[in-house]
Design a protein around this ligand. Structure first.
Ligand SMILES: NC(=O)c1ccc[n+]([C@@H]2O[C@H](COP(=O)([O-])OP(=O)(O)OC[C@H]3O[C@@H](n4cnc5c(N)ncnc54)[C@H](O)[C@@H]3O)[C@@H](O)[C@H]2O)c1
Length: 353
């Protein structure tokens, strides 16, 4: 800090710890009515990662301008520097040396010749998974309720083999259209679509929240899995990956409905693995920890907010959706050949705490 020049590879925390970097960043954010507080969850990431993560609100041009201004010493006058977004826990955990950056390495051809259905492909973990499969040669059947988000996804992948299906996984007609779009062979299914609850404990949960969360996270996952089984049996195998959550491993990550729904996803995963393992079908789950996506979590109950927030004090930094896609595609691909019925925590170690 202070000695090395700030670049796109420098961590956000380092930009904020540097007086000039802090002033320039604070000045730039102020123009859109924001403060560096927005960066707190991602402070350990290299600042260049924000270009992709922010989906257009922090552009490559803005980054280039930041780097140029800091190198030229163009520090704005009169800017009150923002606090360096450190918190109490950081004193013990901030590494003495910069951490190595994770780089996604494509395995060319890992999904070549394969058809893979991905639900929730319009956003977050589903979009990252669908993208990785497409970029590794697979034919992707990209499913989402949002036509607009699917259009964005395909626009990001010119030339890739992608079929989009606008469908709700709780709807039988939608399920039929997904399977029809996939065609005669379905090598993989990634059940990623899902929603959060409102963090209410059992004493406060409404029937509406319970029913909706169960319908999408559990029943929708069940319906689409059931629909692909005949094709996978006929072709002698296939790979299914369900999306659980940290809330499938513990009671402190969400409200009653979401926690119950994700525990049910693990049960569904194990049953499917046990029943169809001898037929060549593998079924595993990934349990993501906090991940930067568009998922919405509201706190509709004071008790839920107090209890869940207390547990979140030990959370590792949130991961990028691409990091989850790396775990999901590993299980989905032939590299997962000997793995069946597991729930793989992909959470930066949260579950070890
Ligand atoms: N983001 C996290 O921190 C986190 C943590 C643990 C688990 N998860 C799980 O990961 C999965 C993906 O979540 P995300 O964070 O990427 O969320 P997201 O909201 O960014 O994306 C979910 C996508 O699913 C789609 N979808 C919702 N309901 C649908 C339905 N009925 N039919 C078809 N598509 C539907 C949405 O339109 C959206 O595009 C979910 O199952 C979620 O429970 C997320």
């Amino acid at each position: 800090m202070g000695t090395t020049p700030l670049t796109g590879d420098s961590a956000i925390a380092d930009w904020l710890a540097d007086p000039a970097g802090n002033a320039i960043l604070t000045d730039m954010l102020a123009q859109s009515g924001q403060t560096p507080e927005v960066f707190k969850p991602v402070k350990r990431l290299a600042i260049k990662r924000l270009v992709k993560l922010s989906r257009g609100s922090f552009t490559q041009e803005m980054l280039d301008e930041l780097v140029r201004r800091v190198a030229a010493g163009e520090v704005p006058e009169g800017v009150v520097p923002a606090p360096a977004v450190a918190d109490e826990a950081d004193a013990d955990t901030t590494p003495a040396v910069p951490l190595r950056e994770w780089t996604e390495r494509l395995d060319q051809g890992r999904f070549t010749g394969q058809t893979v259905i991905v639900t929730g492909a319009g956003s977050g973990i589903g979009r990252a998974t669908a993208s990785r499969v497409a970029r590794e040669g697979g034919r992707v059947v990209a499913v989402d309720v949002s036509e607009e988000r699917l259009a964005e996804f395909t626009a990001e992948h010119p030339g890739a083999d992608i079929v989009t299906v606008v469908a709700d996984i709780t709807d039988d007609g939608g399920i039929a259209r997904i399977v029809e779009a996939a065609g005669d062979t379905i090598d993989g299914l990634a059940n990623v679509a899902g929603i959060m609850d409102d963090m209410t404990p059992i004493g406060d949960v409404t029937d509406a929240v319970w029913d909706r969360v169960m319908a999408i996270n559990v029943t929708g996952t069940m319906k689409l899995t059931r629909a692909v089984i005949p094709t996978m049996l006929a072709q002698g195998g296939g790979s299914i990956v369900n999306t659980a959550s940290e809330a499938a491993l513990r009671g402190s990550a969400a409200g009653a409905a979401y926690t119950a729904s994700k525990h049910a996803v693990v049960g569904l995963t194990k049953s499917t693995a046990f029943m169809y393992g001898p037929s060549g079908i593998r079924c595993n789950a990934v349990a993501p920890g906090a991940t930067i996506t568009n998922i919405e979590a509201k706190f509709a109950s004071p008790l839920g907010a107090e209890r869940v927030r207390a547990a979140m004090a030990i959370l590792p930094d949130p991961a990028e959706a691409d990091a989850l896609a790396a775990s999901i595609t590993f299980l989905l691909s032939d590299d997962g050949v000997n793995i069946n019925g597991v729930t793989l925590a992909s959470d930066g170690g949260w579950s070890a705490a």
